[in-house]
Design a protein around this ligand. Sequence first.
Ligand code: FAD
Length: 268
Amino acid sequence: MNILVCMKQVPATSQVEIDRETGSLKRLGTQAKTNPYDLSALETALRLRERMGGRVTVLTMGPPQAEQMMRDAYRMGADDAVILSDRKFAGSDVLATSYTLSQGIRLLGKADLILCGRQTTDGDTAQIGPAVAEHLGIPHAAWVSEILAVDETGIEVRQTLATVTQRSRLRLPCLITVEKNICVPRLPSYRLKRETAERPIRVCGFDDLPEKNLSRCGLAGSPTHVETMFAPPVNAKKVMLKGSAGEKAAALVSVLKEKKLIEGGTGK
Ligand code: FAD
């Protein structure tokens, strides 16, 4: 089974600077780490390879400094690593990022299963995985918390959604996005660090993409317009409710009534 894992480097700190003109994060010079959800996606892929055989390829779109993340992926057990890096990709929103990633996947050839993290800890939209699948025209399932079964034709997963869990069977090729707690990612291995020290990391640019459509990449392909950026005001006023569950519920109702957040008469 050929498995492709999409991984993104995110700032290792919450103290990030924003470019007020474009509304994008200033990533250069900021310490970076692998998006934690993507480590779970990689671990899931490695465990599937152990059961099914095949190769695990990691793919990212980002600046050349993403090489560090790819080296770490090799140290966990990934077979191949590809970085999509080009100034023409700068300023990409979700639409352009997912399009470019789907082009990268097409460039690399046959992937039976594509794994993404559920979301990133910086952009946080949780949209890239499903959007990549839509560009590729393949089935997808988001928020997967367990792999129930897998064979050469399909995969059965449990999705933990907002109020229900759902079992879904998808035929291959398909894409799933995984929860952080689907598994515990292994630590990088010292043996693999030595064995993969010289392994190349493939870097591809705009000119390598199958379609070479500039109007769908970077700022040109990004219809999202950031109107304004601001830190939300901190409301430190808290009301602690005490007592039994019933007493707390009654106290909560009167607080909400007082603030006119529910109707006074019935409290409903
Ligand atoms: P999510 O949808 O939350 O991620 C889900 C999963 O998708 C991840 O766990 C991972 O598996 C996969 N994934 C997400 N991003 C990548 C990636 N890049 N490579 C591989 N896998 C990935 N970001 C920049 O870095 N530079 C910019 O110049 C820039 N400009 C922007 C301009 C605008 C107007 C906007 C709105 C956003 C911009 N962004 C930029 C942010 C960029 O849109 C997001 O980083 C990108 O869309 C991913 O979204 P997300 O972080 O919410 O991913």
